[in-house]
Design a protein. Structure first.
Length: 135
């Protein structure tokens, strides 16, 4: 689980305060955005879903009915991420398939989900969404 690692970025920081045990209604890949759709129930988020917002991100693959941990706010490090250094301190968004993306959505629901801290580290902090309208 990506969220069980001790946080060495700041002494005394307790990321557990922002963790919620949830049950998945769909298959959700590791480090993908999720939307709450019931009491502690989540499904894969997408900017196409204008009736849902990004509630958190999961640290492991979840299958339907499986319980896992959702992070609602905090620093996430993953060595498999390789964002361009030129994008450090830029906003991050939820992609079409729940992925963390540097590209703002072209339509649907635009929601800043955090900021890139390093090529493999993000500060996950979902902001209020903005509904985009197609021309």
């Amino acid at each position: 689980n990506s969220f069980n690692q001790p946080n060495s970025l700041a002494a005394g920081f307790q990321v557990e305060d922002n963790l919620i045990l949830v049950s998945s209604l769909t298959t959700i890949p590791k480090l993908h955005c999720v939307s709450l759709v019931g009491e502690k129930r989540v499904e894969l988020a997408s900017y196409r879903r204008t009736d849902r917002i990004v509630s958190g991100i999961v640290g492991e693959v979840l299958t339907p009915g499986e319980k896992g941990v959702m992070l609602t706010k905090g620093v996430i490090h993953d060595p498999n991420w390789n964002f361009p250094a030129s994008h450090i301190n830029k906003y991050l968004f939820c992609g079409l398939n729940g992925e963390v993306s540097l590209t703002p959505p072209p339509s649907g629901m635009s929601q800043i989900i955090g900021v890139l801290i390093d090529s493999d580290t993000v500060f996950f902090n979902p902001q209020p969404p903005i509904r985009l309208y197609d021309n």
